[in-house]
Design a protein around this ligand. Structure first.
Ligand code: ADP
Ligand code: ASP
Ligand code: MG
Length: 468
């Protein structure tokens, strides 16, 4: 059975026209004899707006929160009406949307009364985006003669109770997928489910973290041993850098799992960082494709990428970082000091991206977050501490930097006009990264792109697109 998991991001379901394109892509796969399982995100920007509604309600602004919800209700109703004309299906769909938004309004009213937004309530509020979008998409597919069935992702994606970044329970997901998805697929149905949302074993709603629908796609693909996992988005594939920053960016035709994982971890928004792992474990190819340009062959992520003339495949940037400098003469000749520092980061559940040490000082970079003052206060008990926000990490990734000499010189020559705060190479053999001020990040990426992609290898990069 040629089973393929197709994940469509927010822009691929943003309005009736986008959902129409998505339906045509899925129908095309069915016509080829494939058995798709479809995972969809919330309509674009809906997750941000739901989080905004939650924040506004938690500040006591009940009217403001309900106004956001009311605009979202209208957007979903209008989309449903434009897509589903069959009267029985459209009445049921509008009813479903109204019921969900009535429940959301109830939660927002409660929140505006108690004024405390917990991670658990935040997950509940934000889940409405995928719950409603997936239902609309399933109905739109049926209207277009795709034999689709809506499946509540929370019945399959079982996680722990770490709200807002829940950890999937692989064995349970495999069991649920076998029980609830496989029979539908065998009957020739196309299951449609929301990404990102999940539930713990007690049935309480959780989420997999922002951008988590890619992760859902990969988990379902892994659980069902799919032939491929397709991530459909709004660009032609993984590009040599974010095309919004650098319009000269080229499509990367093929990239290794390891390279794609590094890129995602270091901020290439096109893929969620954890997406690759379930696919790697089971050796399932991942494809990144463009729902606005389905004829384009996209990017294929495979276990081994062919070698490439250029040292790097792509440049990623991670913004909104802070740098923390810890300086103490006590560090001189002592051991256990690093452990004390990392225990503090652990206590505040704060992940460290990059570390650099000298005889008496340690510099660390972390995502800017509200806990920084508390972390600094704890570190202040050990040493002198300074921290500064608005930093960005630029990361160049490529398997072909292994063992190449002179790479650092070429990289830092390209950005010689920019003040570099911290450098890291070696933690992984396939990336080089450095930290700069956020305001310099776009310029640094453009300068590096111009230096390293002026003569791209046509085996690896889509150079035809540049010629057009
Ligand atoms: P979706 O809603 O489909 O999940 P995202 O907005 O999460 O889409 O990711 C797609 C976006 O990622 C693109 O529009 C692009 O601006 C951005 N992006 C960042 N880095 C890259 C890269 N290296 N290649 C392609 N896209 C990138
Ligand atoms: N809707 C969620 C988000 O915007 C998940 C996703 O789209 O991947 O983060
Ligand atoms: Mg995404």
């Amino acid at each position: 059975m040629s089973l393929v998991v197709m994940k469509f991001g927010g822009t691929s379901v943003e309005d009736p026209a986008a959902i129409g394109r998505t339906a045509a892509i899925v129908a095309g796969r069915v016509a080829l004899g494939k058995r798709p399982v479809v995972v969809v995100s919330a309509m674009s920007k809906v997750t941000d707006q739901l989080l905004r509604a939650a924040a506004v309600a938690a500040q006591g602004d009940r009217t403001g929160a309900l106004a956001i919800s009311s605009r979202l209700r209208t957007r979903h109703r209008d989309t449903a009406c434009a897509l589903v004309k069959d009267s029985a299906d459209s009445i049921a769909l509008i009813d479903f949307i109204d019921q969900k938004f009535d429940s959301l309004d109830e939660v927002l009213r409660g929140l505006a009364a108690i004024l405390e937004l917990t991670p658990r309530i935040s997950d509940l509020i934000v889940s409405f985006g995928e719950r409603v979008s997936s239902r609309i998409v399933a109905a739109a597919f049926r209207e277009r003669s795709i034999d689709s069935t809506h499946v509540d992702a929370r019945d399959i994606l079982i996680t722990d109770s770490h709200f807002q970044k829940a950890v999937p329970q692989d064995a349970l997901i495999e069991k649920r997928a076998a029980e609830k998805l496989r029979p539908l697929i065998l009957q020739g149905k196309v299951p449609v489910m929301g990404g990102f949302i999940a539930s713990n074993e007690a049935g309480i709603t959780t989420t997999l973290g922002r951008g988590g629908s890619d992760f859902t796609g990969a988990l379902i693909g892994g659980a069902l041993q799919a032939e491929a996992i397709e991530i459909w988005t709004d660009v032609d594939g993984i590009m040599t850098t974010d095309p919004r920053v650098c319009p000269d960016a080229l499509r990367v035709k093929v990239i290794s799992f390891e390279e794609a994982a590094e890129l995602a971890y270091f901020g290439a928004k096109v893929l969620h960082p954890a997406t690759i792992l379930p696919a790697v474990k089971k050796n399932i190819p991942v494809l990144v494709l463009n729902s606005r340009n389905p004829a384009c062959e996209g990017t294929r992520i495979t276990s081994l990428a062919p070698h490439c003339r250029s040292p790097f495949k792509s440049i990623a940037v991670k913004k909104k970082l802070s740098i923390i400098d810890v300086v103490a003469s006590r560090m001189l000749m002592t051991h256990g000091y690093m452990k004390e520092i990392f225990t503090i980061f652990d206590k505040h559940q704060c992940a460290v991206d990059m570390v650099s040490t000298s005889e008496v000082s340690v510099s660390l970079t972390v995502d800017s977050n509200d806990n920084l003052p508390a972390i600094a206060a704890d570190l202040g008990k050990l040493a002198d501490v300074k921290y500064e926000g608005k930093k960005a990490l630029v990361c160049l990734v490529g398997e072909d930097i292994r063992g190449k000499s002179g790479m650092a010189a070429q990289v830092f020559t390209a950005v010689r006009h920019i003040n570099v705060r911290m450098i890291s190479q070696g933690a992984s053999e396939i990336n080089m990264s450095f930290m700069i001020d956020e305001e310099d990040a776009d310029e640094a990426v453009r300068a590096l792109h111009a230096a390293f992609f002026k003569d791209p290898d046509p085996e690896i990069f889509d150079v035809e697109a540049r010629r057009c």
